[in-house]
Design a protein. Structure first.
Length: 305
């Protein structure tokens, strides 16, 4: 009889990449590990971890809110880094890749919600479960930053847009890149409100704007970035965020999403502009050589005649 393979937990929560100088310290109101992930208990849970140095880290989260009308806030060291609401007749599943700043020493990641199984807000969603379960966590993973992959960092408060678009909240979405030379940013942004403008920043400094008067709902274009000096993290952060006019109403096609959603991103890419510049220089050199050759040939014929 063959030996049985050991049982493995595919979705261990939380996980810390071994290359990061992070280590777990304490978990408060986390239920035991299950093959799919873990339940949080009650309306407040905490994950305490330590970092040997100040560093930027990727935090991957995937969670489910079982109640309609249930909301969640993720708070890191006092700052809200993610919020979402389970809208009526919409899926309550959310996932995001967040760019976080882990400070040296002790850090606290807090999970807040307004509903739980035994909290008294209506009927329990798990009548046969005596635990006060509230949020299911499929993924909480701390990973190194990805500068090569086309990863959009930031809270994505809606899962209704499918795979073609990424939803963005008030904080916008971010792309990480390490190039210091000239580069080109290309974008495809879908407005949620009329006369909605956009701002692009790099490391907190404004580099490009799309005015509210620009026509169309899907804004497509590109702009160039100059040579940039790398910061202490040796990466740059490109962020796109929106400017929503007061009392603006969302387009009917996006009404199913809640107020946490401000716009959608189809594309936000950064490419090194050096190859195109080199190609232009090469082309200019070839044209110059051709003109010199034609001029020399013309002079040679004139001399012979």
């Amino acid at each position: 009889m063959a030996d049985l393979a050991p049982v493995t937990l595919a979705n261990t929560v939380p996980t810390f990449d071994s290359t990061l100088q992070l280590s777990p310290v304490k978990q408060i109101n986390f239920r035991g590990q299950e093959p799919w992930g873990r339940w949080l208990l009650g309306k407040q849970a905490k994950l305490i971890f330590s970092s040997t140095t100040q560093q930027q880290v990727e935090l991957d989260v995937k969670l489910s809110l079982p109640y309609e009308g249930q909301w969640i806030k993720l708070i890191l060291n006092g700052d809200v880094i993610f919020r979402a609401t389970h809208r009526p007749k919409m899926p309550g599943e959310f996932k995001s890749q967040l760019l976080i700043d882990a400070k040296q020493g002790t850090n606290q990641l807090e999970f807040l919600t307004n509903r739980s199984n035994l909290g008294g807000e209506g009927q329990p969603f798990a009548k046969n479960d005596s635990s006060d379960i509230s949020i299911s966590l499929n993924l909480v993973s701390f990973q190194p930053l990805q500068t090569q992959a086309q990863v959009l960092y930031g809270p994505q408060p809606s899962s209704s847009v499918g795979t073609a678009y990424s939803s963005a909240g008030a904080q916008g979405l971010e792309r990480i890149f390490a190039e210091s030379g000239p580069s080109t940013v290309s974008y495809k942004l879908l407005r949620r409100f009329e006369k909605q403008g956009f701002t692009f920043t790099v490391d907190g400094k404004s580099v490009h704007t799309l005015p509210s008067q620009q026509p169309g709902n899907l804004l497509v274009g590109s702009f160039n970035l100059p040579r940039l000096e790398l910061n202490s993290y040796q990466v740059h952060v490109l962020r796109v965020s929106s400017i929503v006019p007061p009392s603006a109403q969302p387009f009917p096609t996006t009404a199913k999403d809640g107020p946490d959603v401000q716009f959608y991103v189809q594309q936000l890419q950064i490419k090194d502009a050096a190859p195109s510049i080199q190609n232009n220089v090469l082309l200019l050199g070839l044209v110059t050589a051709l003109l010199i050759g034609l001029l020399w040939l013309l002079l040679f014929r004139l001399r012979r005649s």
